[in-house]
Design a protein around this ligand. Structure first.
Ligand code: 1GP
Length: 257
């Protein structure tokens, strides 16, 4: 429960958190140490590691070693499959892609992964993964039936089912690089309908999108693509996003969100 407690404590202090996603496949062309240091300096709260394609355990192990050397942020596996599980991480989002049309992504991969998670003693954060709209590679590979952007009630119904099944987190995913992030109506309706911790990601590139997600009720906002190719401007962009989150949370806490 170490990471779950860390997240709860940070949430009670800050109201909303920022996670950065590093895809091991894309990390090969990145200066990981520089990125990790920039993430910590800008005020990110944890690093998610995972990808839908081209990821072997060895890549994940090496990436985590590099991150550990450069910064002290916790590392959490965001698995695209069983090959993403690494003993070096602090925790894993133990996810079920609830709106997949293939039972493998709902419970099959989890059955294969559970003994490995146990063997490694990894902390599991039980998470419902829901693909909304665009979906990107995660939606395609996971054979999702993406929830239409204009149907927040379907997202809320899945989230309620997840809560009744005992999950504690819900990840609302528009897909990496989505042209449009998860609409705020989905976030606010899940917030009103459950007590799950709400993670939101996909297509969040700047202050405005971050502000809206936090104001609508996101507990954790994930950005991935912005670290690719941002170079020296990365810290500035991250600070804008994290500032947007803080202001969005203030708006929500003041009752206007
Ligand atoms: C993808 O939600 C994450 O799983 C991050 O998306 O790459 O669009 O920031 P972006």
């Amino acid at each position: 429960m170490r990471i779950e407690k860390y997240l709860e404590k940070r949430l009670s202090e800050k109201g909303v958190l920022h996670f950065s996603l590093i895809d091991p496949e894309k990390a090969r062309s990145m200066d990981v140490s520089q990125v990790a240091r920039a993430l910590e300096r800008a005020g990110s709260d944890a690093i998610l590691i995972g990808g839908s394609t081209g990821v072997m355990q060895n890549d994940v192990d090496m990436l985590i070693d590099q991150i550990r050397e450069a910064c002290s942020l916790p590392t959490i596996i965001f698995p695209g499959g069983v090959s993403n599980i690494s003993s070096k991480a602090d925790a894993i989002l133990f996810m079920s892609l609830l709106n997949s049309s293939n039972p493998f992504y709902i419970i099959g991969a989890q059955m294969l992964g559970a003994p490995i998670v146990r063997k490694y003693g990894l902390e599991a954060l039980p998470t419902a993964y829901l693909i909304i709209g665009y979906g990107g590679a995660a939606g395609y590979v996971g054979e999702a039936r993406p929830i239409p952007y204009e149907k927040p009630e379907l997202t809320a119904a899945y989230a309620m089912a997840a809560e009744l099944l005992g999950m504690r987190y819900v990840y609302l995913e528009a897909g990496s690089g989505a042209p449009r992030p998860v609409p705020i109506e989905h976030i606010s309706l899940v917030r009103r309908s459950t007590r799950l911790k709400i993670i939101v990601g996909g297509g969040i590139r700047g202050r405005e999108e971050a502000f809206k997600a936090a104001a609508a009720g996101a507990d954790i906002v994930v950005t991935g693509t912005i670290i690719e190719g941002a170079g020296a401007k990365l810290s500035v962009r991250l600070r804008e996003i994290i500032g947007g989150l803080r202001d969005g949370y203030r708006e929500r806490a003041s009752g206007k969100g």
